[in-house]
Design a protein around this ligand. Structure first.
Ligand code: GLN
Length: 532
């Protein structure tokens, strides 16, 4: 039977509830348990696919093609499990289902209400399959928000139905430190607990977030107001890296507390894989500087998985990664690339939508190609590298992607022929994992070491097949094709130490203790170049 851990936030948002939940997932997995995770988001978008990355951070894509919140990326990276369509549910999706049923007449003339209809739709979406030991379920937002009320009520009812011994409520809360009086304040957490109790829910374990160590008396006080044993109130002090959180929480006895509450036994943990990764991170002997030339550089969360994938690969080589964010629009306007890319060991042009900054990205690609700087192009980054090559190598000066210039005489990147255009922008992309065949004797083959690989996609445009021959005639290797050979999935250059680009988003599949081959290759090439 599945047991449940609900992760709820107190006082303010942005406390790293997702990291706390994901850390728990990792700790439980290291104790031999099978774990899954879900995130319930209280906003009304049906999925995060249409949200602006600047406002909401990156859209993470699952293997089965769901556009999800970036927390799902943390979950996958920490618990090292692929999550699927049932892992991210928004209020919008729940209402969408209810309103469809209502229009269909499924409620047989009954008044459709938040209680019971919305609540039961939420409960039905708490993990239902019995293929795991523990489902960790995070509720977005903060206790007391108007929007999160129905989720709290759903949890209350669910615990009543499943039994207290099968559910654990984890509150992640802020315990602010007042510099003036040199003390931590428990009052905001007390107010949160009071709000929870007013909604019929009690925390079983409390994680106190703070930037400095919290005195035991403060934790005792929080325990007292929550009817908890003081051992159930633990702390999570800010750490230099999120990957240090699991083992730091374990020092506080985290997994044991959860297992006790759930009346579960589990073997002692084997953390060696995770600990090795941390050890590598702490013993970096060199630095690697990677320029990411993109549009959303003001909010690094917009490229969260990319950022993490770079770190995973760099730590693997005991190199401290230094990402230099280059604003593609500025590069487009005036800056001299020689200045921008001096001391840079490798260049990445990531994915993106919309025309802003594309000429800057093309400039970055031209620079990487001509100066033989190791280069990885991702999705839009691959499309623009072919635009660059078309313009500057094939001599097709007006070449472009038809996304940016519908009238270009040379649409080297064009809409996929079978792409349906129905006027909706949500959910019309090629999404999720697709297989790709890798050509023998290519860089791609050397990196992946496999004939067929699976990578995740999120795009609408693709390489125009009319240009395949002229590209290959000019030294472009089409090193990855879809199984039916209709879609170019990867390209590389013969005459370059490391120039590779992919239509997919490899960053979604990189894991801290299992870095992705393309990122590993890029970092290695960057380090080799430095040595020369
Ligand atoms: N805008 C491009 C497309 O839709 C690239 C998308 C991306 O980089 N994810 O095909």
């Amino acid at each position: 039977m599945v047991k449940y851990v609900f992760v709820i936030g107190g006082v303010v948002s942005g406390l790293g509830k997702g990291i706390s939940g994901a850390s728990l997932g990792r700790l439980l997995k290291d104790r031999g348990l099978k774990v899954t995770m879900q995130k319930f988001d209280p906003y009304l978008n049906v999925d995060p696919g249409t949200l602006n990355p600047i406002e909401h951070g990156e859209v993470f894509v699952t293997e089965d093609g769901l556009e999800t919140d970036l927390d799902l990326g943390h979950y996958e990276r920490f618990i090292d499990e692929n999550l699927g369509k049932t892992a991210n549910i928004t209020t919008g999706r729940i209402y969408d289902a209810i309103l469809k049923k209502e229009r269909h007449g499924d409620y047989h003339g009954k008044t459709v209400q938040v209680v019971p209809h919305v609540i039961s739709e939420i409960k039905d979406r708490f993990y239902q399959k019995d293929d795991v030991n523990i489902a960790i379920i995070e509720i977005g937002g903060t206790v007391g928000d108007i929007e999160s009320g129905p989720f709290i009520e759903a949890i209350r009812q669910f615990i009543l139905e499943k039994g207290k011994e099968n559910c654990c409520v984890l509150l992640v809360t802020l315990v602010p430190y007042l510099n003036a009086s040199k003390e931590h304040k428990s009052k905001p957490t007390q107010m949160t607990i009071r709000t929870m109790m007013g909604m019929g829910l009690m925390p079983d374990i409390i994680i106190c977030r703070s930037d400095i160590k919290i005195r035991q008396e403060v934790k005792d006080k929080i325990a007292l107001f929550s009817n908890l044993d003081p051992s159930c109130v633990i702390e999570n002090i800010d750490l230099p890296s999120i990957y240090e959180v699991p083992l730091a929480l374990e020092k506080e006895g985290f997994s044991e507390l959860v297992l006790n509450k759930l009346r579960l036994d589990a073997p002692k943990a084997d953390h060696h894989q995770w600990a090795n990764m941390i050890a590598n991170m702490h013993s970096c002997t060199k630095q690697i500087r990677i320029a990411v030339t993109g549009k959303y550089i003001d909010l690094h969360d917009a490229y969260l998985s990319l950022n993490e994938a770079v770190k995973h690969a760099a730590y693997y080589y005991q190199a401290e990664p230094k990402i230099v964010w280059v604003n593609a629009e500025e590069l487009e306007r005036n800056i001299n690339p020689d200045k921008v890319y001096q001391d840079i060991d490798a260049i990445i042009v990531p994915g993106g939508f919309g025309h802003r900054g594309i000429e800057g990205k093309i400039k970055a690609i031209a620079y990487a190609r001509q100066k033989k700087i190791p280069f990885l192009g991702i999705c839009l980054g691959m499309q623009l590298s072919l635009v660059e090559i078309a313009r500057n190598v094939l001599g097709l000066g007006q070449a472009n992607s038809s996304e940016f210039d519908p009238d270009t005489p040379d649409p080297i990147i064009a809409l996929m022929p079978d792409q349906q255009q129905n006027g909706n922008i949500g959910g019309t992309l090629r999404l999720g994992a697709y297989a790709c065949k890798i050509k023998d004797n290519t860089l791609a083959m050397r990196l992946y070491g496999e004939k067929v690989i699976m990578e995740r996609h999120r795009h609408r445009y693709e390489v125009n097949n009319d240009y395949r021959d002229v590209l290959t005639d000019h030294g472009v290797v089409l090193s990855g094709l879809s199984l039916d050979e209709r879609i170019v999935e990867m390209i590389e250059l013969e005459d370059h130490p490391f120039f590779i680009a992919t239509q997919a988003h490899p960053e979604f599949k990189s894991r801290p203790d299992r870095p992705h081959p393309l990122f590993k290759g890029l970092i290695k090439a960057g380090l080799d170049r430095k040595r020369e």
